[in-house]
Ligand binder design. Structure first.
Ligand code: ATP
Length: 235
C-alpha cells in the first residue's frame, strides 16, 4: 500500500532523516522503532504531508504522493495521530468524534457505522459520550484521538508514540486495542520508543537509528538476529 524509498528530511541545515526506506502492506501493522531523536516522528510527518522530503520517493497505492500537502494526504486516506494527543477539551467525546468525521459528514450512514465500530472497540468512549474530553484520563484521551482519526475512515493510520506518558497497565490495554483495530482491517504504521510492547503486536518492524533504517523484520527476526540495544544506540 505504502512504499517509501530513500527519503531524506531536513530541518534547515539539520538532516534529521538521512536515508529511510519502508513498506506497509494492505492490512499490516508495522512498527517503526528507535531511540529518542532517531527520526521516527520526522518520517511520519513526511507521510502525513507535514514535511517534504528533499530526496527519495513515496508511493501510496501506486500513486506518487511525494511533496503533497496534509490536506491531499488526508484525501488519499492517510490519517495521523500526533504525539501531542490533542483532544478538544471543552467539547464532548461525541463532538470530538464528529469533528473527526467532518470530511465525510455527508455520508451519514457511513459515519453512524464508523461510530458504532469505534464504540465497540472503545466501550469506555460510549460510556463517556456526553462528557467533556478534557475530563477523560490520559489513556482515555489517547483512545479518543485514535477513534477520532478513524472517523475519517482512513486507509492508513499513522500513530506517533501512543504509549507516551501512560501507565504500563494502560499501555497494555491500548496496545491490545491497536491490535484489535488491525484485526478489524485497518492498516497501521505505529511509531514507538517502547519497542518490546510494539513488537508484540506488530507484523513487521523497522528500527531507525541516526536517521537510517538499521534493522527490519518480524519481531523474532529482529530480536534474534542482532543486538537491539546496540542498534538503538546507533551501534
Ligand atoms: P522523538 O521520540 O524524540 O520524537 P524521533 O525518533 O521521533 O524521536 P525526530 O523527532 O524525528 O526523532 O527527530 C529527529 C532529529 O531531528 C533529531 O536529531 C532532532 O533533534 C531533530 N529535530 C526534530 N525536530 C526538529 C526541528 N523542529 N528543528 C530542528 N531539528 C529537529
Amino acid at each position: 500500500m505504502l512504499e517509501i524509498r530513500n527519503i531524506e528530511l531536513r530541518y534547515g541545515a539539520v538532516v534529521a532523516v538521512k536515508d529511510v526506506s519502508l513498506q506497509v502492506g494492505q492490512g499490516e501493522l508495522v512498527a517503526l522503532l528507535g531511540a529518542n531523536g532517531a527520526g521516527k516522528s520526522t518520517t511520519l510527518k513526511a507521510i502525513a504531508g507535514v514535511m517534504k522530503p528533499t530526496r527519495g520517493t513515496m508511493v501510496l497505492n501506486g500513486a506518487n504522493i511525494l511533496g503533497q500537502s496534509p490536506e491531499q494526504m488526508v484525501r488519499r486516506g492517510i490519517a495521523m495521530v500526533p504525539e501531542t494527543r490533542d483532544v478538544f477539551p471543552d467539547l464532548t467525546v461525541e463532538e470530538n468524534l464528529r469533528l473527526g468525521g467532518f470530511s465525510r459528514r455527508h455520508d451519514r450512514a457511513g459515519q453512524a457505522e464508523l461510530r458504532e465500530r469505534m464504540f465497540t472497540l472503545f466501550p469506555i468512549l460510549a460510556e463517556r459520550i456526553a462528557q467533556p474530553a478534557g475530563t477523560l484520563s490520559g489513556g482515555q484521551q489517547q483512545m479518543l484521538v485514535i477513534a477520532r482519526a478513524m472517523m475519517s475512515d482512513p486507509k492508513l493510520l499513522l500513530l506517533d508514540e501512543p504509549s507516551l506518558g501512560l501507565a504500563p497497565v494502560i499501555v497494555d490495554q491500548l496496545f491490545d486495542l491497536i491490535r484489535d483495530l488491525k484485526k478489524s482491517g485497518t492498516t497501521i504504521l505505529l511509531v514507538e520508543q517502547n519497542a518490546g510492547k510494539a513488537m508484540r503486536i506488530a507484523d513487521r518492524n523497522y528500527v531507525i537509528a541516526l536517521g537510517r533504517i538499521a534493522a527490519e523484520g518480524t519481531s523474532k527476526e529482529i530480536t534474534g538476529g542482532s543486538d537491539l540495544r546496540a542498534i538503538y544506540l546507533g551501534g
